[in-house]
Design a protein around this ligand. Structure first.
Ligand code: DGL
Length: 282
């Protein structure tokens, strides 16, 4: 780039089915405030967690294409369900055709790499959507990345949690009930669990309630900081990508739902004013 010449707008794209990815964006933007970011929430079609492979892949692909059109060279799927069901196909089939110089990264691998730093006895609980649990992505990644270690992973789907978050029921008695219910079920399956991974980006929004119902001494791990650290490391290892990203320190928000609704919820999670724009995916 020439001296005095402004770098072309080239943001990092952060995608989720709805509000959950904001928990990742918040930590990424805190860790690396200099870059430009675009957040895209497919709120109109959330939740993804109960949808088939085909549908999650199609929706995710549409979002990635849109973020590419908006100028993103790097997109983070800040959604476990999309990472589990669409990431590999997008990386292997779509990227070479769309633009081989762009990158799409997910949240599962960095989370699995990091979880070993938290557990002492190797008993790990994974709470996620039905789709993520059924994909067995966490079981497969743990077996691959920590093959020599004696890890026992217990997965449980929490299908009520995302709708509670998407419908702003965070403080309701129903939320308290469903958080307790799933946690009791998880610890009933393996009372030895010492680390619980919140493997859905919506779940940190229920963190206060979760903490009230987790047995003492158990670590609850959320993905924001893990993904932020891993992205920083990725950019350090890939200067050819890092150099192309613009550094205006901006965050733009897009939602497939009505803007007003998104802005109110998103402002709560980001702890700052949010003004989104509506976008159609197809
Ligand atoms: N937040 C997403 C995840 O991490 C998905 C939630 C949903 O749409 O079901 O899995």
């Amino acid at each position: 780039m020439e001296e005095g010449c402004k770098k072309r707008y080239s943001p990092i794209g952060v995608f989720d089915s709805g509000y959950g990815g904001l928990t990742i964006l918040r930590d990424i933007a805190r860790e690396m405030p200099g870059y430009d970011y675009i957040y895209l929430g497919d709120n109109a079609r959330a939740p993804y967690g109960t949808r088939s492979y085909e549908v999650v892949y199609r929706y995710t692909r549409e979002a990635v294409v849109k973020l590419f059109e908006m100028g993103c060279r790097l997109v983070i799927l800040a959604c476990n369900t999309a990472s589990a069901k669409a990431l590999r196909t997008i990386q292997q089939q779509d990227l070479p055709v769309l633009d081989a110089s762009r990158r799409v990264l997910g949240v599962i691998r960095p989370s699995v790499e990091a979880v070993a730093d938290y557990t002492r006895n190797g008993h790990i609980g994974v709470l996620a959507t039905r789709g993520t649990v059924a994909s067995e992505s966490y079981l497969l990644e743990v077996a691959k990345i920590h093959s020599g270690k004696d890890f026992r992973v217990t997965q449980l789907a929490c299908p009520m949690w995302v709708p509670l978050v998407e419908n702003n029921e965070l403080d309701s008695p129903g939320t308290e009930y469903f958080v307790r219910k799933y946690l009791e079920e998880l610890f009933g399956m393996d009372p030895g669990i010492d680390t619980v991974l919140l493997a859905c980006t919506h779940y940190p929004l229920l963190r206060e309630v979760i903490d009230r119902h987790v047995p003492k001494g158990v670590k609850v791990v959320q993905q924001g900081e893990i993904v932020a650290r891993s992205l920083k490391d990725y950019l350090w290892r890939h200067p050819e990508m890092e150099e192309r990203l613009s550094r205006g320190g901006s965050i733009r928000y897009y939602t497939t739902e009505r803007e007003g609704m998104f802005d109110r919820m998103a402002a709560m999670f980001m702890r700052s004013g949010v003004e989104s724009r509506h976008v159609e995916l197809k």
